[in-house]
Design a protein around this ligand. Structure first.
Ligand SMILES: NC(=O)C1=CN([C@@H]2O[C@H](COP(=O)(O)OP(=O)(O)OC[C@H]3O[C@@H](n4cnc5c(N)ncnc54)[C@H](O)[C@@H]3O)[C@@H](O)[C@H]2O)[C@@H](O)CC1
Ligand SMILES: [K+]
Length: 521
């Protein structure tokens, strides 16, 4: 059984799951009642009656509106001063019944949105996953008015106006401060276009039986949300009490050029934060004196260098197969072509990033990757993705793009974005639950490369070749999640503008310590 927090559905999948519950005998009205009770309790816990006495509820024609009306009734019975506004006169039957009872109770039924202007909190129950066309006309005007007001807005299921799957705005959409996703996470909650409108997201569980989820999503759902438990499982912890540095991974990091020296250093520091036993940093000789005491292997002056100071070729004497994992790319510049070709040809687990990917894009990338006998992890941002996988950016969302690219290249694809997605060639897709725009900054990605490489080396070391693919996947899940959590922790202390790469690095270890402590029983 997969934990509920890990499941992500489309509108159609949610409809099928609900349909199974109703077919099995759960009355529609009873389910709405149960869900709305849980929403009400959440609201009461988060918006104290003494501070938020007046609550405005905006209800639509369908069952999202029905949920909202039950919430209105329950808030009223718990002592809140509730006002309801429903811009459409026509309701589904169950919603209509709740509307009549609301009026019977004497709850204020407003004729216009203006009556809700001085409420302390608004509840948005206009549309949920049944929104099927753009919001237009008078309702659009109402939505825009709500967005101009300053009180917090809690959206039921989704901010009204967002498409459940694509996260795109249909016409116009509510800008929520909180979104209470009902039953299962909806795919739209992980889309870049939806992020500015979702506010903080919470799942309201209503005890959907696993058998019904499994019947629709399968025993191992193809799409998963990375939970803290998944991320912790993938970490190379605990260590054996009698281990030593060569048993906890040796990473070769090929990075840097005269022009881009910082990238190599940041990737090296990211690797160091991963706890990996040994890092060999292969950089041009001019970068050899690392200011941070990293064990670097600067290439000898006799090794050919490109005019801009990039590594023209790794020395023949260097046994690339002796490392557990090779990570290659940050700050290499496009001149390091031969060097990248050599690491691709080496039968070791490989992580390619930045110029490693840009150089790969100039080769015949897909055959080059498919010929590899060891697993590959690619970490493109959208620009690198486009260069590498021309045409595969067509599917409607980053998850499908990454899945298509992973299938096509037979590599694990970490497509970086506001919510990074991770796809495995066998089809599984993982979504990052939360992150921070503080990470939108040069250097964040270099740190991630080092972190992933270091984690991968620790997972790969001593394992049979057949286990290396899983080792890379686990490293990707844990590393992406750890990096995002550290970014959030850093932003909480230093603001979204204050998370420069070194600040991010300083938060990696404390974040790990806190997350591991949270897992203690
Ligand atoms: N069925 C149930 O018992 C449960 C339903 N739930 C709630 O039900 C929601 C889904 O309910 P529905 O399927 O009724 O769908 P919605 O309530 O999301 O909206 C559908 C209604 O809106 C109309 N509509 C769609 N787009 C419109 C537009 N642009 N302008 C004007 N009208 C438009 C449709 O004709 C339909 O009447 C979920 O989001 C959730 O809030 C959940 O509480 C779980 C339980
Ligand atoms: K809504």
């Amino acid at each position: 059984m997969v934990p509920i927090q890990q499941c992500v559905v489309t509108a159609e999948q949610m409809r099928q799951i609900e349909g199974r519950l109703f077919a099995a005998g759960m009355p529609v009205a009873a389910l709405m009642e149960k869900v709305a009770q849980r929403i009400t309790t959440w609201l009461e816990d988060h918006f104290d009656l003494r501070i938020y006495p007046r609550i405005g509820v905006v209800a639509g024609p369908g069952h999202n509106g029905g949920d909202a009306l039950v919430v209105a009734r329950e808030l009223h019975s718990r002592g809140y001063d509730v006002r309801v506004y429903a811009p459409l006169a026509k309701f589904k039957d169950l919603t209509q019944a709740h509307a009549e009872y609301i009026k019977h109770l004497g709850i204020l039924w407003a004729e216009s949105l203006a009556a809700l202007a001085d409420c302390d909190l608004l509840v948005d129950g206009l549309f949920g996953f049944g929104l099927e066309r753009p919001i237009e006309g008078a309702i659009a005007t109402d939505v825009e008015q709500i967005n101009q007001w300053s009180q917090p807005v809690v959206s039921i299921d989704l901010p009204s106006g967002l498409h459940t799957d694509s996260g795109n705005v249909l016409g116009t959409a509510i800008r929520a401060s909180h979104t209470l996703c009902l039953g299962l996470w909806k795919r739209g909650c992980f889309q870049d276009s939806a992020l500015p409108l979702l506010g903080r997201v919470h799942l309201i569980d209503f005890d959907i039986p696993w058998s019904d989820i499994e019947a629709v999503l399968g025993q191992r759902p193809q799409v998963g949300r990375i939970t803290a438990a998944i991320a912790r499982e993938g970490l190379p912890l605990p260590r054996l009490a009698n281990t030593h540095k060569y048993r906890v991974g040796h990473l070769l990091l090929v990075a840097g050029s005269q022009t881009y020296s910082g990238a190599a250093l940041l990737a090296g520091l990211g690797a160091r934060a991963s706890g990996v036993g040994m890092v060999t940093l292969a950089v041009p000789a001019s970068l050899k004196a690392s200011p941070d005491g990293l064990p670097t292997r600067g290439l000898d002056d006799s090794v050919p260098r490109t005019p801009d100071g990039a590594i023209a070729q790794l020395p023949d004497s260097m046994d690339l197969e002796s490392y557990d994992v090779i990570a290659c790319g940050p700050g290499l510049s496009l001149a390091a072509n031969a060097c990248v070709q050599r690491v691709i040809a080496t039968p070791s687990p490989l992580l390619l990033d930045a110029d490693g990917l840009n150089i790969l894009a100039t080769l015949t990338p897909i055959p080059a990757l498919k010929q590899r006998s060891a697993p590959t992890l690619l970490t493109p941002h959208p620009g690198e993705f486009k260069r590498l996988f021309k045409g595969l950016e067509a599917p409607d969302w980053p998850g499908s793009q990454a899945q298509a690219a992973a299938h096509y290249s037979q590599a694990i694809v970490v497509l970086k974005g506001a919510r990074t997605v991770i796809a495995h060639p066998r089809g599984h897709l993982w979504l990052t639950p939360d992150s921070t725009p503080a990470l939108a900054r040069g250097g964040s990605g270099d740190i991630l490369t080092g972190l992933l490489g270091g984690l991968a080396a620790q997972k790969v070391v001593g394992g049979a070749a057949a286990s290396h693919d899983l080792a890379l996947m686990n490293a990707a899940l844990s590393g992406v999640w750890w990096h995002a959590q550290a970014g959030r922790a850093a932003a909480a202390v230093h603001s979204e503008l204050g998370v420069d790469p070194l600040t991010l690095l300083h938060h990696l270890t404390p974040t790990l310590v806190r997350e591991m402590a949270d897992a203690q029983p």
